[in-house]
Design a protein around this ligand. Structure first.
Ligand SMILES: [Fe+2]
Ligand SMILES: [Fe+2]
Length: 176
């Protein structure tokens, strides 16, 4: 599963792009495309999924959708492939929110809400609860997107692809 365009409405997409444009157009944010997050989805696509969905939920709930979109886009800004041994120190699940915040603060100016979104997104695993409603939305949307991405990948790997290759093998056998 790659990035799925959550925002179909053109006007809404323009509002979203205005919120994240300053971040998403930079080489450093685009470099997240080099690292795999779940299954076959890159960190960039995962962060875009979480960012667009969080933006929509926060807009619907009349919350600060700009901070939600920006914080969510940088929530997994840890900049390494966590599947590769030696790419990071300590347990990735517990440490990457702090690393992402450190990287984000190094490259961008963030408000307190955006900082909280990044540092609390692994709650309850990291025991640091979200301080703002927007952070709570992002942590929930992140869990939803992660599960969705993992299930889609498993489905493609163990059901769709073997079925398709089985079908093509069967076709070849019939042709013989
Ligand atoms: Fe994360
Ligand atoms: Fe995430």
């Amino acid at each position: 599963m790659a990035f799925t365009k959550t925002i179909k409405n053109k006007e809404l997409l323009n509002v979203y792009n205005d919120c994240v444009g300053e971040l998403i157009e930079t080489d450093i944010v685009q470099s997240m495309d080099k690292y795999i997050q779940h299954g076959d989805i890159t960190c960039l696509d995962h962060c875009k999924n979480v960012s667009q969905r969080s933006f929509k939920v926060c807009k619907f709930l009349n919350l600060d959708y700009k901070s939600a979109a920006r914080g969510a886009l940088l929530h997994d800004f840890f900049l390494y492939d966590w599947h590769i041994p030696g790419s990071h120190v300590g347990l990735h699940g517990f440490r990457h929110s702090k690393i992402s915040l450190k990287n984000a603060e190094k490259h961008f100016t963030l408000n307190n809400k955006e900082k909280d979104i990044i540092s609390s997104h692994m709650w309850p695993l990291t025991l640091r609860p979200p301080k703002y409603k927007e952070s709570f939305v992002v942590t929930m949307v992140d869990k939803f997107c992660s599960s969705n991405e993992i299930v889609s990948h498993m489905y493609k790997r163990y059901i769709t692809t073997p079925f398709k290759s089985g079908q093509s093998r069967l076709k070849k056998t019939i042709r013989k």
